[in-house]
Design a binder for this molecule. Structure first.
Ligand code: T1G
Ligand code: NAD
Length: 694
């Protein structure tokens, strides 16, 4: 066996050459892998091998290019040359695939003449998630095997397909059951058959029949663009991926490769991909807690309890039933319980990805009760009752009596002090915040709130559980509103003031929507309901919300809020009557009316958020700047192609942001305009918020 580079070896099985990549954790195509591959194919052919098998050690086949190398000085041979060597090899080249063949990994496999894969394998070209497109021939080769519609779907969604699917599409030639040894043996057997039967050296580039079906079919591409328009709003990469597939259908292979190379170059040097690549690592960093080592023992969670089956409780329970963990749901009375379980069943029945059988299987994992004593055998209880401190303290005192030793008691509070809630128990070390976002069975973010006394084991368990239920968990310390809601409150304050000074709700919402946020603050308030926490008997026309509610407006639920809503389509239309009511109210409060520019709206809504994010870092509430970004991308729909509030502020330039905050702070009152010392320091020293860590 020859060690060709630090991560690639060349070996012989009889007269078949075996090239093995071993580059943990995911066999990414780092420069030394590319070097080893180039040498491996050359030496295998020079050595007279009758066939070549390419296989990877460890947990997966190649999971793509080495993302950490992007933006760095290029090293080692280009992937393109190695792929040509594979494709033009004078002997059969078989790729043996296990785990995930993703991005450049699948593109390498597509240059083999044949592909053999374990039945547990996954395949994908997820570059779009990094603001990119497959830049190693994948945009031209994939459609030639799976057809144009499938390639469009895979490349613009980034989704992975399974081995059975891949076999059906002709993406692989043989599916193997078993383990890595079974795969290796099957690939060697396939190689022997290929040699014995003189099987053709099939080049994917020569396959035309599947792309020919879409040649000149502009309608197909137009229809596809229309289907993805809404969910890819603001992103560049999806459209560029579509253009490459169009080239695959309409141009000769090498010309299509040219189109791919040009569009790839544009994306990889652009700001969107830089933000999305940053975000890829930011999401993975969020899992690392400096004072909670990786090997911290976890609490074994076999059964979960959820207290309260309201808006949040039901969704929280679904997350655990979805992964097979039984859940006891306790409500204060049977009627509330039936209502809550009814909503859960409806949500399951409405979900297109859940079969009728799965609905029953998951509902069977949910046990309803009106007696908290039924939490006695739970390893974790998550409380989701009304947002009231006294109520929460009283139920935690009860849980303290009921829950078994070692059980975790978590609160889904949005704002309240976890330490104060924990003080109602005799075991604050077992109390933690697990803050889900609505709808809890859909939103990916889980803010994990550690109290002063929460144990490392409880923190580690909550973070690991977050990954298990397919959430992105981010750790926060206690402060009002934690990371996400605390930052949201700053924007809300300025948005409310801007409409008193002359901006309109439509203008504020439009500016933030065009920036890439899913919805502006006023449309969001209409969606949530203007009367949340509002009481007619105490309303005294002291806020815009008061006067809107006093006028009978409740938001989307009664078709009138800051906007009026079409009863059929729910489409929102700016309400001039509301604009006039706000004007009159503002003037009565002494606000001078003036023209407010879109730029001022953007700066006054986003800069206080950045400033608050910096304060959160300064106080050590968040571990690192990128955690703040992960919270906002996953919990509040901040466009990932802008990285997050911290990354975005750095891209604007902290000196500019600091100068603006100072300027606004001089004429506007409010703590949110008091400059964060950390941001001032970083701006002076040329530091970056998104790279800051405590
Ligand atoms: N490059 C560098 N590091 C990577 C990596 C990659 N491609 N993929 C994963 N890692 C690191 C990751 O940061 C983490 O490190 C560890 O591996 C485990 O990852 C030319 C342009 C493969 C499904 O987009 O989707 O090819 O935190 O925690 O949940 O056309 O990783 O432990 O230090 O995510 O089991 C295209 C990206 C690249 C796939 C495994 N490929 N990776 O998931 O583990 S662009 C991708 C994943 C490209 C070509 C183009 C997932 C995974 P650390 P993990 P996991
Ligand atoms: P909700 O009013 O929809 O549901 C609360 C449920 O708790 C009700 O069904 C009520 O019957 C039940 N309940 C109240 N007291 C109880 C008791 N003593 N025993 C058992 N059940 C009891 O409220 P929600 O929106 O689901 O909020 C619940 C918690 O989650 C709050 O702390 C809230 O701040 C937090 N939260 C809400 C959201 C959101 O968007 N709604 C998001 C994140 C967190």
């Amino acid at each position: 066996m020859a060690q060709l580079s630090e991560s690639v070896t060349l070996d012989r099985e009889g007269d078949v050459a075996v090239i093995t990549i071993d580059n943990p954790p995911v066999n990414a195509l780092s420069w030394h892998v590319r070097q080893g591959l180039a040498d491996g194919f050359a030496q295998a052919v020079e050595g007279g091998a009758s066939a070549i098998v390419l296989i990877c050690a460890g947990r997966t086949f190649i999971a793509g290019a080495d993302i950490s190398e992007f933006g760095q000085k290029p090293q080692g041979p280009s992937l393109h040359d190695t792929q040509l060597a594979m494709e033009n090899a004078p002997v059969p080249v078989i790729a043996a695939i296990h785990g995930t063949a993703l991005g450049g990994g699948l593109e390498v496999a597509l240059c083999a003449h044949y592909r053999v894969a374990l039945d547990s394998s996954k395949f994908g070209l997820p570059e779009v998630n990094l603001g990119l497109l497959p830049g190693a021939g994948g945009t031209q080769r994939l459609p030639r095997l799976v057809g144009v519609p499938k390639a469009l779907d895979m490349m613009t969604s980034g989704r992975h397909i399974g081995a059975a699917d891949a076999l059906g599409d002709g993406l692989i030639d043989e599916m193997v059951e078993g383990d890595h040894d079974a795969l290796r043996n099957a690939a060697l057997a396939f190689a022997a058959r290929a040699v014995a039967n003189n099987m053709p050296l099939a080049k994917v580039r020569d396959r035309d029949e599947k792309v020919a079906e879409a040649r000149g079919n502009e309608q197909l591409f137009a229809d596809f663009r229309a289907t993805i328009a809404r969910k890819t709003r603001g992103f560049l990469a999806p459209e560029y991926n579509v253009r490459c597939v169009e080239a695959a259908a309409n141009l000769p292979f090498d010309e299509g490769l040219q189109v791919e190379a040009e569009l790839f170059r544009e994306l990889v040097t652009g700001s969107q991909s830089a933000a999305q690549r940053y975000y890829f690592f930011a999401e993975r960093a969020a899992n690392k807690i400096p004072d909670v080592p990786k090997d911290t023992p976890l609490v074994d969670i076999q059964r979960v309890g959820v207290l309260g089956a309201g808006t949040m409780g039901g969704g929280i329970a679904m997350n655990f039933a979805n992964i097979g963990i039984p859940v006891t749901i306790v409500e204060r009375d049977q009627e509330s319980l039936d209502r809550g379980l009814g909503v859960v069943r409806k949500n399951y029945e409405r979900s297109r990805s859940t079969t009728a059988e799965q609905v029953e299987q998951r509902m069977s994992l949910l046990t309803g009760s009106t007696d908290k004593a039924d939490f006695a055998d739970c390893d974790l209880v998550i409380e989701a009752v009304f947002e009231d401190m006294e109520l929460k303290k009283s139920v935690f005192a009860e849980l303290d009596q009921i829950c078994k030793p070692g059980a975790i008691m978590a609160s889904n509070t949005s704002f309240l002090d976890i330490d104060e809630i924990a003080s109602a128990t005799s075991r604050p070390e077992s109390v933690i915040g697990m803050h889900f976002f609505s709808p809890a069975n859909v939103m990916k973010l889980l803010e994990v709130i550690r109290g002063e006394q929460t144990s490392a084991s409880v923190i580690a368990t909550a973070m690991a559980l977050g990954k298990q239920i397919k959430k992105v968990a981010v750790l926060s310390r206690v402060c009002p509103g934690f990371i996400g809601n605390r930052i949201l409150a700053q924007r809300r304050f300025e948005a409310d003031r801007l409409i008193l000074e002359g901006a309109t709700p439509e203008q504020v919402d439009r500016v933030l929507y065009d920036f890439g946020l899913p919805m502006g603050p006023f449309a969001m308030m209409d969606l949530a309901g203007l009367d949340i926490g509002w009481k007619a008997e105490t309303s005294n026309s002291s806020t815009v919300r008061d006067i809107l509610c006093e006028s009978g407006r409740r938001g989307q639920k009664n078709g009138r809020g800051y906007y009026t809503y079409d009863p059929e389509t729910r489409a929102a239309t700016p309400d001039l009557e509301v604009v006039a009511m706000i004007r009159e109210f503002a003037v009565s409060k002494g606000y001078e009316q003036r023209e407010v520019t879109d730029q001022e709206v953007l700066e006054r809504c986003l800069y206080p958020m950045v400033n608050e994010g910096a304060k959160i870092l300064d106080e050590g509430v968040a571990i690192r700047g990128s955690d703040v970004d992960v919270v906002w991308v996953n919990g509040y729909g901040w466009p990932v192609y802008r990285g997050g509030p911290m990354f975005w502020a750095d891209s604007v330039g902290l000196p500019e942001v600091v100068a603006k905050i100072r300027e606004y702070g001089e004429r506007l009152d409010g703590d949110h305009w008091e400059l964060s010392p950390l941001m001032e320091k970083l701006a002076t020293e040329g530091g970056q918020l998104h790279q800051f860590s405590n």
